[in-house]
Design a protein around this ligand. Structure first.
Ligand code: ZN
Ligand code: ZN
Length: 84
């Protein structure tokens, strides 16, 4: 029996707190629905969860809190976005 390197066809996803809104589901002074998680407060992240290297896990960049272009604001690498 030939030993084959294990590949992972199924990635395990687990809900993690959305970084952009901190789990509240809204962001900003107007309490607008969080663009990163769609108001859910959490996002599905491929496990093991790793923070987005681009924004350092904050979900935003710069002084104006621009949505991180790398993670979409979730703060996590390999997060599933709700929009499809
Ligand atoms: Zn959010
Ligand atoms: Zn990011």
């Amino acid at each position: 029996m030939e030993e084959r390197k294990m590949t992972q066809p199924f990635i395990n996803y687990a809900p993690e707190t959305c970084a952009y809104c901190g789990g509240k589901g809204w962001a900003g002074v107007s309490h607008a629905t969080c663009p990163a998680c769609g108001g859910q407060g959490s996002v599905l992240v491929a496990q093991p969860a790793r923070k987005c290297a681009f924004c350092g896990g904050k979900g935003w960049t710069g002084v104006r809190h621009h949505l991180c272009p790398a993670c979409g604001g979730t703060g996590w690498a390999h997060a599933l976005r709700h929009e499809e």
